[in-house]
Design a protein around this ligand. Structure first.
Ligand SMILES: [Zn+2]
Length: 396
């Protein structure tokens, strides 16, 4: 789904493209709300009466609502914001170790969530997703409009064929089974693509001005979601973005999902950081088994081995990011996943490596931490449903 460029949007004046004006108004409310009808009319150069008509329709459709603004003496002004009373989307974040199922409102605020361990038996995992979804649907009395699923694997553009290497799941009828059981449309995408979509729609304000960026998702593996001109780039059969498997060296601390020790994810994933830490702290008691969250906590408390393990991982993240910048020259690279919490420890290592590797004269790309929280892929799953509400041109 293409995100509309508010700066470049030419207001459409024909009935046949009334829909575009509607999307422009809706997106103003989404990005700038609470906002008044007059401000929308002023900024879009649409007539006040046209804005009022569109606003009325959006209210009837349950997408926006009126709220009271700050009074400056007289009657408080009537402003518009997205309607956030109801749960409208279910997001399923299918991960390699656990699956989160959550509901959110139109603005992407998570309202309710459940989680369980992902069972390598696909039938059991699909059934658990269906059970959670049905509970949420019952609890919300018909307000849920769709289900988005993000997963650590390949999904073709129609969402029919998927491949999850960790469990060797191939061509599962995941979407159709969930859809049949719940009666709702189901949209699936690769986790990094979904997280990129979430950055596009619900990320930090700076990203709203950016048309080309790459989301680097660091978890058990490393994935990338590429956004060109405000749209996720999927490539042939949805297979784009597998930069986690580009070769960047030899003898990585762990093997990648496909068994190679030369891939970026073998050098820069959570697992690589844990392996480095284990190596550095061998001989120290009680520190052999640590979770990635614990490793970050220790580094933030200035544990030497934990800091070194993370900083070295940051260095290798920087090598891969430098390659992406050289090849694609995006405006921004966003790093997402639990590693974001370690940003104070790793950001200078990433930045230094990128600066040392990139020739002078290339446009400077900002490298920033995601603000989507520790579960960007859950936000991604939700945005698969929510983005369709805001897309400039309905995609069928
Ligand atoms: Zn690989």
């Amino acid at each position: 789904m293409r995100r509309i460029d508010l700066k470049r949007a030419n207001v459409a004046r024909s009935n046949t493209i009334r829909n575009i004006n509607r999307q422009i108004v809706l997106n103003y409310v989404r990005e700038r709300g609470p906002i008044s009808r007059a401000e929308i009319a002023h900024e879009t150069a649409l007539q006040r009466s046209t804005v009022s008509l569109i606003v009325e329709q959006l209210r009837v459709d349950g997408l926006i609502e009126e709220v009271s603004g700050e009074s400056t003496g007289g009657r408080p002004p009537v402003l518009l914001s997205l309607r956030t009373a109801d749960a409208v989307a279910i997001g399923v974040d299918l991960g390699t170790t656990r699956t989160i199922v959550a509901t959110s409102d139109l603005a992407g605020r998570v309202l309710d969530q459940e989680q369980f361990e992902t069972n390598p038996n696909s039938a059991k995992t699909i059934q658990a997703i269906i059970d959670c979804s049905q509970r949420f649907i019952r609890r919300n009395n018909g307000t849920i409009e769709g289900i988005g699923v993000s997963l650590p694997g390949l999904v073709d553009p129609e969402g029919k064929e998927l491949f999850i290497p960790t469990f060797n799941w191939r061509d599962l009828p995941l979407a159709s089974e969930i859809s049949e059981a719940t009666g709702l449309p189901v949209t699936m995408d690769n986790d990094a693509n979904a997280a990129a979509q979430a950055e596009l729609w619900f990320g930090r304000p700076e990203i709203r001005e950016v048309r080309d960026f790459i989301l680097v998702l660091v978890e058990t593996g490393v994935g990338t979601g590429i956004v060109f001109d405000g749209q996720v780039y999927r490539g042939e059969n949805g297979a784009a973005g597998e930069f986690g498997h580009m070769t960047i060296g030899q003898g990585a601390p762990v093997a990648c999902a496909s068994g190679s020790r030369e891939c970026w994810e073998a050098f820069a994933s959570e697992r690589s950081a844990l392996a480095r830490f284990k190596d550095l702290s061998s001989g120290r008691n009680g520190k052999s088994m640590t979770s990635f969250g614990d490793l970050i906590d220790m580094a933030l408390r200035s544990d030497g081995a934990a800091r070194t393990a993370l900083k070295e991982t940051g260095h290798y993240l920087g090598i891969g990011i430098a390659n992406l910048i050289r090849g694609l020259a995006p405006q921004a690279v966003i790093v997402g996943g639990p590693i974001v919490r370690a940003w104070p420890v790793i950001s200078t290592d990433i930045q230094k490596t990128v600066e040392a590797t990139i020739c002078r004269g290339l446009p400077s790309t900002q490298i920033i931490a995601s603000t989507l929280g520790p579960e960007p892929t859950l936000m991604g799953a939700l945005s698969l449903v929510l983005a369709s509400k805001f897309a400039s041109i309905p995609v069928t």
